[in-house]
Write a protein that binds this ligand. Sequence first.
Ligand SMILES: [Zn+2]
Length: 299
Amino acid sequence: MPQAVFGVTRRQFLRVVGAGAGWLAVRPAFARGVDPHRVALLSDTHIPDTPGTQDHGCSMVERLRTAVKEITGLADKPTAAIFDGDLAWKVGTRLEYATLAKEIEPLVRAGVPLHFGLGNHDTRDAFLAGFQAHAPEMRPVDGKHILIVDTPRADLFILDSLEPSLGAAGKCGKAQTDWLALALDLNEKKPAVLFVHHNPVFAADPKSNGLADTTELWKTIQDRKRVKALVFGHTHTWKVDRKDGIHLINLPAVGYPFKASEVTGWVDAFLGESGMKLAVQAFDRKHPAHGKVTELTWR
Ligand SMILES: [Zn+2]
C-alpha cells in the first residue's frame, strides 16, 4: 500500500488518504489486478464548475472522463494515480473541486489511490475543504500541501509550487526545500521521483511563469543521487529532457492544449529496478506521440 512516510503516522495516513471517507480509497498495492509498479500520471485537468464548459475548443470534463474510463478499464490497475496540479479550470472554487470529485468517483470505486498536487489555478483552502480526506495533519510544511507516496521501487514526492502572490508563476519556498532535503536523506538508497506543478526554469528569465526558485530546488536535489526524475505540468506540453542526470518529465495536459498540435492525454508510467517507462495515452489516437514508449534509465 502506498504510504506517506514522513510527517504522518500510518493511522493519520489512512485518514488523510480517506480510508472510510467515501470517495478517496486505499487498497493494498499487491491486491489482485494491481500492478504495484504502475502509476497513472495526469496533469492540468482544469475542471470547471459546469461540465459543459470548454476551453481552446476542448471539454475538459469529457477528457477527464475518457482518462478515467481508460484507467479504470486497465486489467492491471495502477497502484496510484497522481494529478500534478491545475486541478481546477480557473481559480479553484469549491464548485470546481466538487465537479472534479464527482468525475473521479469511478477511479475511487475501482480502488485506485489518488494523490493531488496543486498548481497556479488551484486554491489550497478550497481544495482541502472539498477533499476533506486530505486533513491538516498532512502538512509537514505550513501552508503547503505535500506528501510522499511509497511504492516498492521509488518514493514519489508530491511537492507544492502554488504561490498565489506570483500569479501564474510558482515557488516551492525555503521551508519546503529544507523539508525535502531532510526527507530525501531519510532513505538515501531508494530512488525518488519528484512531482511539482511548475516547470523548472534554469536560465534567469523575468518573463517566465515557471518555478521561480528552480535554483534553490536544484541545489537541493542535484547531488542527492536518489533523485532520479522531476515531473511537472504547467506548460501543457509533453517533453522529456535531462539535466545533471535527472530526468525532466513535462506531462501533457488532460484538459486542453495551448497549441492545437500538442498532444493531450495521460501518461501510463511503469517503475523499473533502474529506470522508468512512460507511454502517453493520447486522446487523439492518431497523434504521433500516442502509445510511444519512452524508456528512462536512472543515474
Ligand atoms: Zn494548466
